[in-house]
Write a protein that binds this ligand. Structure first.
Ligand SMILES: Nc1nc2c(ncn2[C@@H]2O[C@H](COP(=O)(O)OP(=O)(O)OP(=O)(O)O)[C@@H](O)[C@H]2O)c(=O)[nH]1
Ligand SMILES: [Mg+2]
Length: 439
C-alpha cells in the first residue's frame, strides 16, 4: 500500500544544481514559509513577488541573500513558497538548509516533491509534470522543444478535451437511464456513435506516430554494420571526430558494440559501431557478431558499409536486418578506380562525410521531424490510449444505454489516468521517483 501523501509538512531543498556556483537557490514550500521568512530573513510582512536583499540567519548572519515570497495559491506548488538566492558555496548552502531545518514543521524535500505538490494542488497535470522532468533532462534542441510543449500543456489540453467530450455523452445517456419512461431519440444515439467513431479515429492517428516522441526522448539508434575491415570503426571515429573505436587492418578488430552519443541537428543520436559480419570467426568474434546483429535489429537506422574497392560486389545483410531502414555506404573512395552509384565516402580522408550527414539528417527528419500534432512521449500514455480505444470500440457494439455509458466511463478513465485526474496516488510514487530533489 502506498503511504497516503501528507501536505502538512513544510519542505525545503536546494533547487539549483549541487556544487560550487555564483548563486544557489533554496526553495521552501508549505504552511511554515511565513515563519521561515520571519525567523531567517526577518521579514514580518513580505510582499509576494518582491525581491528583498536581506541578511540571513538567526543567531548569526549566514549570508546576504535575495529573498522572494510567493503567496499561495500563486506559486509553483500552489502553497506558500519562499526562495533564497544565496551565494553558491557548500558551507553557505549547508548552513542555510540547517537553519531552515531547525524551524518546527520543516523537513527536507523528497525527490520531485515540489512538483508532486504542484500536481496535487492542481497547478499542473501529470503530463505537464513529466514535461518539466523532460525539460530538465533535455540535451538537444528538439528534446527541449518537445518537452517545453508538453510542459505548457499540449497533451493535457488534448486529453482533457477528449475526456470532457466523453463525459458529456455519458451524462446525456445517464439522463435517459434515470428516466426510463423517456425514449432516447434515435438520431441522438446516432450522433453519439458518430462522435465515438471520430474520437477513435483521432486517437488512432495520434497513436500512429512512429513513436517519434518516445524516440526523441530516448535517442535514435544508428548502427554501423558490414563485413570485417570495410571501415566501420574508421567511420564512427570520423563521424564523432574522436577516437572512440580501435581501427586496424586486421579483419575482426571490433568485438563489442562501441557507442557514441551525438547531437545531429537537434536530434539525440546514439551511434553504434559493431563487429564485422562474417561466417568464419572464433568464439569471441562470433559473440561479437551476435551482438552486432542484435543491436542492429533494435536500431532506427542501419548504415551498411561496403568496401568500395570491390564494387559492384556487395555484401549482403542478414535477413532480419533487411526489414529496417538501411543506408548503403561505399567506403574507401580514396582507393577506388571506378565510382559506385550511391553514397560514396572515405572514412580516412573525410570525402563524402558531409553528404552522409545530410542523408542521415534526411532520414531523421522524414521519420521523426517536425509534426504539428502533440507527440506521445511515454509508453504509459500509449498503453492508456490503446485501452481507451478498446473501450470506445466496444461502446459501438452495444445498444443498451447502461452498457454504452459504462464503456464511455471506462474510456474516460483511461484518459484521466494519463493526466492524473483520477487514480493518481499509486502513479505519483512511480513518476516522481525520476525527479531530482528540489524539483
Ligand atoms: N584507404 C582507406 N583505408 C581505410 C578507409 N577506411 C578504413 N580504412 C582502413 O581499413 C582498415 C580497416 O578499418 P576499420 O575501421 O578497422 O574496419 P572495421 O570495419 O571496423 O573492421 P572490423 O572491426 O574488423 O570489422 C584499416 O586499416 C583502416 O585504416 C578509407 O576510407 N580509405
Ligand atoms: Mg571495427
Amino acid at each position: 500500500m502506498a503511504e497516503t501523501y501528507t501536505l502538512t509538512d513544510t519542505i525545503y531543498a536546494l533547487s539549483s544544481g549541487s556544487g560550487k556556483g555564483g548563486v544557489a537557490i533554496i526553495r521552501v514550500s508549505g504552511h511554515q514559509v511565513r515563519t521561515v521568512l520571519k525567523e531567517l530573513a526577518h521579514l514580518d510582512e513580505p510582499h509576494p513577488r518582491y525581491a528583498y536583499f536581506r541578511a540571513i540567519g538567526t543567531a548569526q548572519i549566514l549570508d546576504h541573500a535575495l529573498v522572494l515570497y510567493f503567496q499561495a495559491p500563486n506559486s509553483f506548488t500552489g502553497e506558500d513558497v519562499a526562495e533564497f538566492q544565496v551565494h553558491g558555496g557548500r558551507a553557505v548552502i549547508q548552513s542555510v538548509l540547517e537553519a531552515i531545518g531547525n524551524i518546527p514543521g520543516c523537513r527536507p524535500a523528497d525527490r520531485g516533491e515540489f512538483s508532486r505538490r504542484a500536481v496535487i494542488n492542481g497547478k499542473m497535470d501529470l503530463t505537464e509534470a513529466e514535461g518539466l522532468l523532460d525539460l530538465i533532462n533535455a540535451e538537444t534542441e528538439r528534446q527541449r522543444a518537445l518537452a517545453l510543449k508538453q510542459m505548457a500543456g499540449n497533451l493535457a489540453t488534448l486529453y482533457d478535451g477528449w475526456r470532457s467530450d466523453l463525459t458529456r455523452h455519458m451524462a446525456y445517456l445517464e439522463a435517459f437511464i434515470d428516466f426510463p419512461e423517456e425514449e432516447i431519440p434515435p438520431e441522438k444515439l446516432d450522433a453519439i456513435d458518430a462522435d465515438i467513431h471520430s474520437l477513435i479515429d483521432k486517437i488512432n492517428t495520434h497513436l500512429n506516430d512512429n513513436r517519434a516522441g518516445e524516440r526523441l526522448r530516448d535517442g535514435f539508434y544508428i548502427a554501423i554494420v558490414g563485413a570485417p575491415n570495410v571501415g566501420k570503426s574508421s567511420l564512427i571515429n570520423a563521424l564523432t571526430h574522436r577516437d572512440v573505436a580501435i581501427v586496424s587492418q586486421i579483419a575482426g578488430t571490433t568485438r563489442d558494440v562501441v557507442e557514441a552519443h551525438l547531437d545531429v541537428a537537434g536530434f539525440p543520436v546514439i551511434l553504434a559501431d559493431t563487429a564485422g559480419l562474417r561466417d568464419q570467426a572464433d568464439t569471441i568474434e562470433t559473440e561479437g557478431i551476435k551482438r552486432a546483429v542484435r543491436r542492429a535489429s533494435d536500431a532506427d537506422l542501419i548504415l551498411h558499409i561496403q568496401d568500395g574497392t570491390r564494387w559492384p560486389r556487395a555484401d549482403l545483410l542478414p535477413d532480419i536486418l533487411n526489414q529496417k531502414t538501411v543506408l548503403t555506404v561505399w567506403n574507401k573512395s580514396d582507393l577506388m578506380t571506378t565510382k559506385p552509384d550511391g553514397l560514396v565516402i572515405s572514412a580516412k580522408t573525410g570525402d563524402g562525410i558531409a553528404d552522409l550527414w545530410n542523408h542521415i539528417q534526411g532520414v531523421l527528419e522524414r521519420d521523426f521531424g517536425q509534426r504539428d500534432n502533440a507527440l506521445i512521449t511515454r509508453e504509459r500514455y500509449r498503453v492508456a490510449l490503446a485501452d481507451c480505444v478498446r473501450n470506445l470500440t466496444h461502446a459501438l457494439t452495444v445498444s443498451e444505454l447502461e452498457l454504452k455509458a459504462e464503456d464511455l466511463r471506462l474510456a474516460a478513465r483511461c484518459l484521466g489516468r494519463i493526466t492524473g485526474r483520477i487514480d493518481a496516488e499509486d502513479l505519483l510514487d512511480i513518476i516522481f521517483r525520476d525527479f531530482c530533489i528540489g524539483k
